[in-house]
Design a protein around this ligand. Structure first.
Ligand code: C2E
Ligand code: MG
Ligand code: MG
Ligand code: MG
Length: 272
C-alpha cells in the first residue's frame, strides 16, 4: 500500500515536471524561428514630460505574435531568449522596427529601446546601432538605449568601450529599473549615462509610504547633482503623478498616460 502511494505521488511529480520541460522546449523551438517568420512585433508606450504635458519619447516593447497562441509578453520569452542565445536577433529586430517607426514620424520624439546585457556585450553592438540609425535615418539623439543593471556589464571590459562608442555616436543612455539592480552605484561610477528610470516598485506605494517617498526623493536629488534626467516608471494614479511632479521629477510613464500599444504614437491622456 505504502509503495503504491509513493509511486502515485512520484508519477504526479513526474507528469508535472515533464509538462514543464515539454512546454519550455516547445517555446524554445518556436522562438528559434520567430524572427525569421516575422512574429516579433514592437509595441510602444509614451514617456511624457510631467510639467509640459508633452510626449518626449516612446518606449519600444517587444511582443511575440505566436501562431495559434496569440500575443506573448516579454516576461515569457526574453529570459529564455537570453539563455539560449536568441536575444541578439530579437533585440536587433526590435531596434530596427523602433527606429523605422519613429523616423517615419515628423517631430523630435525619441524612441527608447531596451537592450539586454548579453546584447550589449556582443562585439559588434556599436555597429548594430549604427546600422539601425543609418537604415532608418533616425537622428542619433532621438535614440535612447535602456540598460538594466547587471553583473555582465561589470565583468566585461568591452562594455566600457561600447559605452564610449555609443556616446560618441550621440545616442542617449539610460539605466532601466534603477534601484533594483545588484549595485546601482557601481554603474553610476563606471558608466556615464544620461537618464535614470526609477523602477515601478518605488512608485507603486508612493501615496501611502513615507519610506518610499524618501527613497524617490533621494534618487531625484542624486540625479540632479549628477545632471541626469529621470523617468518615473509605472505611474497609474493622478496622486502618484502629482507627488512626482511636486518632487521635481521631469518625466513619467505608466498606464495613467497610456498603456503600451501597437502604434508608435498611441493616444495619451495626462490623467485629468
Ligand atoms: P521595462 O523595460 O522596465 O518596461 C516596463 C514594463 O512595465 C512593461 O512591461 C510595461 O508594459 C509595464 N508597465 C508600463 N506602465 C505600467 C504601469 O503603469 N503599471 C504596471 N504595473 N506596469 C506598467 P512589458 O512590456 O511586459 O515588458 C517587461 C520587460 O521586458 C521590460 O521591462 C523589459 O525589461 C523587457 N523587454 C521588453 N521588450 C524588450 C526588448 O525588446 N528587449 C529586451 N532586452 N527586453 C525587453
Ligand atoms: Mg525599459
Ligand atoms: Mg523598467
Ligand atoms: Mg522592468
Amino acid at each position: 500500500q505504502a509503495k503504491g502511494r509513493g509511486r502515485a505521488r512520484y508519477e504526479v511529480f513526474d507528469d508535472d515536471l515533464r509538462g514543464r520541460i515539454e512546454r519550455r522546449l516547445d517555446t524554445e523551438l518556436a522562438l528559434r524561428d520567430a524572427v525569421q517568420l516575422g512574429e516579433i512585433e514592437t509595441w510602444f508606450q509614451p514617456i511624457v514630460d510631467l510639467q509640459q504635458h508633452t510626449v518626449v519619447a516612446t518606449e519600444a516593447l517587444a511582443r511575440w505574435r505566436r501562431p495559434e497562441r496569440g500575443l506573448v509578453f516579454p516576461g515569457e520569452f526574453i529570459a529564455i531568449a537570453e539563455e539560449v542565445g536568441l536575444i541578439k536577433g530579437i533585440g536587433t529586430t526590435v531596434l530596427g522596427q523602433a527606429c523605422q517607426a519613429v523616423a517615419a514620424l515628423d517631430g523630435r520624439m525619441a524612441v527608447s529601446v531596451n537592450v539586454s546585457p548579453r546584447q550589449f556585450v556582443q562585439d559588434d553592438f556599436g555597429s548594430v546601432v549604427k546600422r539601425a540609425l543609418k537604415e532608418s535615418g533616425l537622428p542619433p539623439d532621438q535614440l535612447w538605449l535602456e540598460l538594466t543593471e547587471s553583473a555582465v556589464l561589470d565583468a566585461i571590459d568591452s562594455a566600457a568601450r561600447t559605452f564610449q562608442e555609443l556616446r560618441s555616436l550621440g545616442v542617449r543612455l539610460a539605466i532601466d529599473d534603477f534601484g533594483t539592480g545588484y549595485s546601482s552605484f557601481t554603474h553610476l561610477k563606471a558608466f556615464t549615462v544620461d537618464l535614470l528610470k526609477i523602477d515601478l516598485t518605488f512608485i507603486r506605494d508612493l501615496e501611502c509610504s513615507d519610506h518610499d517617498r524618501a527613497i524617490v526623493e533621494g534618487i531625484l536629488r542624486l540625479a540632479d547633482s549628477l545632471n541626469l534626467d529621470v523617468v518615473a516608471e509605472g505611474i497609474e494614479t493622478t496622486g502618484q503623478r502629482d507627488l512626482l511632479t511636486e518632487m521635481g521629477c521631469r518625466y513619467g510613464q505608466g498606464y495613467l498616460f497610456s498603456k503600451p500599444a501597437p502604434a508608435e504614437s498611441p493616444n495619451v491622456s495626462f490623467g485629468d
